[in-house]
Design a protein around this ligand. Structure first.
Ligand code: 6PG
Length: 239
């Protein structure tokens, strides 16, 4: 697996923002649009902050469609909301928001999983019979979860649905998540992982040590595209 290691989470987010701009420009030049799935978490938020500070005038936002890899079933006003946080940090600073497609955290979870699946089916191109994002941005939890696919819900990795309802194993908070097949389908899969608390799991996954397959992140290998791990030196400390 391709990996890049940076001296700090800020340097990682700066570097990823540069790559993000380059990839978006390529897709917009080639096909006129780019479809992106975002995750929540501290590292993606750092990335949003850099975009809001340095890229507002550099990207053609009207041609970038933003979706979510997962969302907490909470109102957007909540600081728990992935869309809410991204909107407060980034999208509130961009004039055209018509191409931001949040999960509706206020909706009944089962109904919202269906609604969001139908939206993705309608809006996205297909590959391997599933909607295909151009880019997906994943964080990773200390338990090796990605999006809202947790180690105690591995069935969501192989579900034939596009979105499913997940439950946070500790808080029991309901989530809407893309399934593993959709998460593996993009051209470019980026894992943005920072912090010493992730180092052991990162080592086990990247070195395929011990029972690394118990971590959902270890199952996210691209069906046809490319995956890259962006790590800060703390998360990469045991590599
Ligand atoms: C979520 C995220 C989740 C997140 C990881 C990493 O909704 O919680 O999508 O998958 O990316 O938990 O979060 P941190 O970077 O904050 O550790």
């Amino acid at each position: 697996m391709n990996k890049k290691i940076f001296g700090s989470s800020e340097k990682l987010a700066e570097a990823f923002a540069e790559v993000f701009e380059k990839i978006c420009d390529e897709y917009i030049l080639k096909i006129g649009i780019v479809n992106i799935a975002l995750s929540g978490g501290t590292t993606p938020k750092l990335f949003f902050e850099i975009l809001s500070k340095k890229y507002i005038d550099k990207l053609d936002w009207s041609k970038i469609n933003f979706y979510w890899a997962d969302e907490r079933c909470v109102p957007p006003e909540s600081d728990e909301s992935n869309h809410g946080e991204a909107d407060r940090i980034l999208f509130s600073k961009i004039h055209s928001k018509k191409n931001v497609y949040p999960v509706n955290g206020n909706n009944d979870p089962v109904n919202e999983a269906v609604r969001y699946s139908e939206l993705l089916e309608k809006n996205l191109p297909f590959k391997n019979n599933f909607p295909r994002f151009d880019i997906i941005l994943l964080g990773m939890g200390e338990d090796g979860h990605i999006a809202s696919i947790f180690p105690d819900q591995m069935n969501l990795l192989t579900s034939e649905k596009i979105c499913e309802v997940a439950v946070h194993p500790v808080s029991q908070q309901k989530r809407i998540t893309l399934t593993g097949i959709v998460i593996k389908n993009p051209d470019r899969i980026f894992f943005l992982v920072t912090g010493r608390s992730k180092a052991e799991v990162v080592k086990e996954i990247l070195k395929k040590k011990n029972i690394f397959e118990k971590y959902p992140a270890s199952h996210i290998t691209p069906t046809h595209g490319k995956s890259e791990w962006y790590l800060d030196s703390e998360a990469a400390d045991l590599l």
